[in-house]
Design a protein around this ligand. Structure first.
Ligand code: GDP
Length: 323
């Protein structure tokens, strides 16, 4: 395939081309991989910068409702919004978040929006890698905001935070005084905690929960590079729209601050360096298992290690030297 026409169409913001480009990126075929790499190279100098917002929350807190309402609000402000997902459970369940067509019904119909379900892969690393590349494509396609959604399980928040400029954690109002078992690690990477469902009978509980989290955030280590009052907790309602404007204002304020202090670019540079290392690591691992000759050498060496003919260290050194 000639990559140039596809690259041009993506750069023009053509959503069908973007969808095709992402399909190319998600492909496991070697020739597709080479094309995907060429595509990313071709699109790296568009000079466009989206705000990449990571969003996490356990099932039921209202992620799809929030993204729908928040996305529509951004579109009403003249922005183009892309929504991607990292869902490590999709491989197991066969389904995926965002796969359900009824989610974000209005947003998915808006011409200014682009919604893509989580790629089905068995490994979080694989899902994260594809999503990260999709983020770059959405940015090249001129989307102003890229929302990267994940369910609140395991390592996926970290993976999403590592491809985002900002990270928001969505919570529901708690019944009692418990902090909903939110792991400290997740609190530490959150720039904003959004307590959703602050409406009707749940409003009071949402306000209380928000105050609890604001207190908990104050106890965490401060980030000297951010404004004093971050990370922050806010109440929102995906149903009434309350707080959505404030959430956007806070996100922009933090992003602007980081841009002015240079931390925005520094964070992206760090991420790029980490991805480079990860790509090399994964590429090497793939060669160990995919290249027939290397695999045969590995198997032979494993047998010798098992038989005690060679130490594991010596065997590894020999394999690495041969690569
Ligand atoms: P997700 O699993 O995190 O994507 O959550 P959903 O968006 O599917 O929402 C789960 C449930 O919470 C649904 O019944 C929604 O109607 C409800 N919900 C979502 N947002 C709000 C909100 O702002 N207020 C209230 N009262 N309910 C909400």
């Amino acid at each position: 395939m000639d990559i140039d026409p596809l690259a041009r169409a993506v750069a023009q913001g053509d959503r069908r081309a973007l969808a095709r480009a992402i399909t190319l990126i998600e492909s496991g075929r070697d020739d597709h991989r080479a094309q995907a790499v060429a595509l990313l190279e071709a699109l790296k100098d568009t000079g466009r910068e989206a705000l990449r917002i990571g969003l996490s929350g356990t099932p039921g807190v209202g992620k799809s409702s929030f993204i729908e309402a928040f996305g529509l609000m951004l579109i009403a402000r003249g922005l183009r919004v892309a929504v991607l997902a990292v869902d490590p459970s999709s491989a197991r369940s066969g389904g995926s978040i965002l796969g359900d067509k009824t989610r974000m019904e209005q947003l998915s119909r808006a011409p200014e929006a682009f919604i893509r379900p989580s790629p089905a892969q068995s490994q979080l690393g694989g899902v994260a890698r594809r999503t990260r590349e999709s983020v770059a494509l959405c940015e090249a396609a001129g989307f102003d905001v890229v929302l990267i959604e994940t369910v609140g399980v395991g390592q996926s928040e970290t993976a999403v935070a590592e491809m985002s400029d900002l990270f928001a954690l969505l919570l529901a109002p708690a019944g009692g005084d418990e902090l909903q078992g939110v792991k400290r690690g997740i609190m530490e990477i959150a720039d904003l905690i959004l307590v959703n469902k602050a409406d009707g009978a749940l409003r009071e509980a949402a306000v209380r929960t928000c105050a609890d989290y604001a207190g908990a955030l104050r106890l965490l280590r401060k980030r000297p590079e951010d404004p004093e009052d971050f990370p922050k907790a806010l109440t929102v309602s995906a149903h009434t729209g309350d707080g959505l404007e404030s959430a956007w204002t806070e996100m922009q304020a933090l992003a602007d601050w980081r841009r002015e202090t240079g931390h925005f670019a520094a964070r992206r540079a760090e991420q790029a360096a980490a991805w480079f290392a990860a790509e090399v690591r994964e590429g090497l691992l793939a060669r160990l298992t995919r290249d027939a000759e290397t695999r045969a050498r590995m198997e032979a060496m494993t047998a010798r290690v098992r038989a005690g003919e060679v130490t594991p260290e010596g065997a590894a050194a020999e394999i690495l030297a041969a690569l």
